[in-house]
Ligand binder design. Structure first.
Ligand SMILES: Cc1cc2nc3c(=O)[nH]c(=O)nc-3n(C[C@H](O)[C@H](O)[C@H](O)COP(=O)(O)OP(=O)(O)OC[C@H]3O[C@@H](n4cnc5c(N)ncnc54)[C@H](O)[C@@H]3O)c2cc1C
Length: 519
């Protein structure tokens, strides 16, 4: 591989992959480096909403909402196999709330302008009950339904990875940037540790971008050791996953008022229900944070205020937790009130960092970053093409079963099934085929059992116990494909088992910190 690039992007989450795709589709030689696996950080642990953020209207963050609504349109258009229109239902229990939300959702419709994806409407008490039969009807007046999107975050990352590669870019997972190379006081490259081969490498570029989410300050401080950067604050959010039956509805239920003044979503996702999230400031950012016991209690208690039949811990199929990389705002006491805007920073020696934002606007963050590098003459001019750029394997008609997430690549998996003469699934309770595991290794850079079960499929998020039971067959299939010995299988199973503890209730239930502000 050549070692001189136009752009090096550090970080394989939504921000980094968005920037890398933007650069590659404009014709720049692009390299992306990810320390773990794509989406190992926050980007596979979102609430899966493609949204303008109706909640931000309460903070009068109109520009932010408008930007999100515009990007929502491109997001849904460019990856229809991974993102779809979703109805969101807000129940009303008093007339003041009804008036407040009437104004809110009509403003939300209005701000969508020509990028509108549906018109909001109201439902009577009886219709609300029919459409969300598990909702408590005591004191219910009526409800409103508005439109936003819902998407598959970790498959979206893999699709961005494939889009990058299809446009001449290179991405390497398990490659951690350990230092910067400086020439004439300017950063011109990076020192990298290949964590699987245990070797050091160097790569050079005209532009180096730091897109490392909650870990942004680590690289900023490495680039400028004399400074103490505090560009990003981390805020933790937890989700609980249940079988669809606990709140079966075509709508995503929006619990409009939690005890800490937030919104809780009860969202249908891949035949399960995801409920979340919390918002807790954390001092030490972590790539793999653990849910706290009080976050789990808080979500359950809030849900049960609205659920006709009590939902218990025994119903939980999985727990997952991520940390938001927010632009630091010392004026705000509560992370829930910190704006979700994005911001570009450049150090004196030329490291460009993209911080804040949200998944929905990943494309815009990419466009802004590359526009900035062009404006500073670091790159020759080239216009953005990503607004109407269909992502890799984008189908003309969307398939609504699990294999639909692969778009036109679905056929490759079916062909592989035939070639391997293997039509078996990895687990009876999961939709994933054994042939998919081979596909993940061959075409999607899956290197570990965790890569397959947590981010190429959603076994870990949807049913942690089934994921645990699938680990052996996945390890065996991978070992055969990669030519690895039995000791590799044993090591993978050990590592996966430790990783999975964070997603299973038994551990979370027993543990927990003591400074949650969410509950
Ligand atoms: C609980 C929760 C719910 C959310 N829900 C939504 C939602 O519904 N909709 C929405 O639009 N947004 C949502 N967001 C926001 C969105 O998920 C984040 O803004 C986005 O995922 C951040 O992406 P990122 O690429 O900046 O960070 P990350 O995904 O964390 O990526 C950073 C990457 O950098 C890598 N890295 C770090 N250091 C190095 C190094 N030295 N070398 C190489 N690589 C390195 C890490 O391994 C990591 O993979 C949510 C966030 C949270 C926490």
């Amino acid at each position: 591989m050549h070692k001189n690039f136009d752009v090096i992007v550090i970080g394989g989450g939504a921000t980094g992959l968005g920037i890398a795709v933007e650069a590659a589709t404009r014709g720049y030689q692009t390299l992306l480096l990810e320390a773990h696996d794509y989406g190992k950080g926050t980007s596979s642990k979102s609430t899966k909403l493609v949204h303008g953020g109706i909640r931000y209207l309460a903070n009068f963050d109109i520009a932010l909402v408008k930007e999100g609504l515009e990007e929502r349109f491109y997001f849904l258009n460019n990856a229809p196999h991974l993102a779809k229109k979703q109805t969101y239902l807000i129940p009303f229990y008093n007339y003041f709330d009804k008036l407040k939300y009437f104004i809110g959702i009509k403003l939300y419709d209005y701000l969508s302008g020509r990028k509108k994806i549906g018109r909001s409407y109201f439902l009577s008490k009886q219709s609300t009950y029919t459409q969300v039969p598990r909702l408590k009807t005591e004191k219910l007046i009526s409800s409103a339904v508005y439109y936003d999107g819902n998407f598959d975050d970790s498959r979206m990352l893999i699709t961005l990875l494939r889009t990058l590669e299809a446009n001449g870019g290179i991405a390497l997972n398990y490659h951690q940037v350990t230092d910067f190379i400086v020439e004439n006081t300017k950063i011109c490259g990076v020192q990298v540790l290949d964590k699987l081969q245990h070797v050091s490498k160097q790569f050079f570029a005209k532009v180096v971008v730091n897109a490392t989410g909650t870990l942004t300050d680590v690289l900023l401080n490495q680039a400028e050791p004399a400074q103490r950067h505090h560009a990003v604050s981390a805020a933790q959010g937890t989700h609980l996953v249940f079988d669809k039956a606990i709140f079966d509805s075509m709508h995503c239920l929006v619990i409009p008022k939690t005890s800490d003044g937030r919104i809780l979503f009860v969202s249908p996702w891949h035949d399960k229900i995801i409920v979340g999230t919390t918002d807790i400031a954390v001092d030490n950012a972590s790539i793999e944070p653990k849910a706290r016991a009080e976050e789990i209690d808080f979500i359950l208690e809030t849900l049960n205020r609205y659920a006709k039949k009590t939902v218990t811990k025994a119903d939980i199929k999985s727990v997952f937790c991520g940390q938001r990389p927010l632009v630091s705002d010392p004026k705000q006491q509560s992370t829930g009130k910190v704006s979700r805007k994005h911001q570009l920073l450049e150090t004196a020696n030329g490291l460009i960092s993209m911080v804040g934002g949200k998944w929905t606007i990943y494309r815009r963050m990419g466009e802004d970053t590359i526009d900035y590098a062009v404006a500073k003459n670091y790159l020759p001019p080239s216009k953005s093409v990503t607004r109407d750029f269909k992502l890799f394997a984008c189908p003309t008609t969307v398939d609504h079963n699990w294999l639909g997430v692969y778009g036109t690549e679905k056929q490759q998996i079916l062909d592989l099934q035939k070639q391997l003469n293997n039509t078996a699934k990895i687990h009876p309770d999961l939709p994933y085929l054994q042939a998919e595991v081979i596909y993940h290794v061959r075409y999607e850079q899956a290197k570990t059992v965790e890569d397959v079960l947590a981010r190429r499929t959603h076994a870990v998020l949807l049913d942690a116990e089934a994921a645990q039971q699938s680990a052996l067959i996945v390890a065996q299939l991978m070992a055969k494909e990669l030519g690895k010995p039995q000791v590799w299988i044993d090591e993978q199973l050990k590592q996966f088992s430790v990783f999975l503890e964070g997603y299973m209730l038994t551990q979370n239930d027993a543990g927990g910190g003591n400074n949650a502000s969410g509950g």
